[in-house]
Write a new protein. Structure first.
Length: 160
């Protein structure tokens, strides 16, 4: 399974840049990445968003057994659209990878992950960020992509 669907917030420059950086390093590991902000552009027509078309595309992409769902659940509460796509992916494919980069808690004492995102077939990548200068950015994303890759390899072993 070498195609990943990156689900998560995509509405501002910081969120879009995060997705682009993660995509860059996942591609270096051989993955085809479905990037939400790029997919959303296909549903813009004459300056208007075809929301029903976008929603159906997100549903179809999340449910596609050829895709592995990778959801960003950062923040005090995971993005609601990301959670809906997670549910669709779990129901349709039986697997998901979620990740957090928030440094405010530890993996052992995580309070910000909704219990519904902890189904047995879900793998959590906890990779807190501590970015304080631009020189550390690429190393951070290379490491995050590597952890997602390791988890995906484990998921692939259980499917085959």
């Amino acid at each position: 399974m070498k195609r990943l669907y990156l689900a998560g917030r995509l509405f501002n420059a910081a969120e879009q840049l995060h997705n682009l950086m993660l995509e860059k390093f996942l591609k270096l590991l051989g993955y085809q990445v479905i990037l939400p902000q790029r997919e959303a552009l296909r549903f813009m027509h004459d300056g208007k968003l075809d929301l029903p078309g976008l929603v159906e595309d997100c549903r179809r992409t999340s449910a596609n057994p050829e895709n592995v769902y990778v959801g960003n659940i950062d923040g005090p509460d995971a993005d609601s659209g990301t959670c809906v796509e997670y549910g669709i992916a779990i129901q349709a494919t039986g697997r998901a990878i979620i990740y957090r980069t928030d440094f405010r808690t530890s993996e052992q004492h995580e309070l910000g992950v909704n219990g519904m995102l902890k189904l047995q077939t879900t793998r959590l990548v906890y990779h807190p960020s501590a970015l304080t200068d631009l020189a550390s950015v690429e190393d951070y994303y290379r490491s995050l992509a590597g952890k997602i890759h390791e988890i995906n390899e484990e998921l692939t072993e259980h499917v085959e």
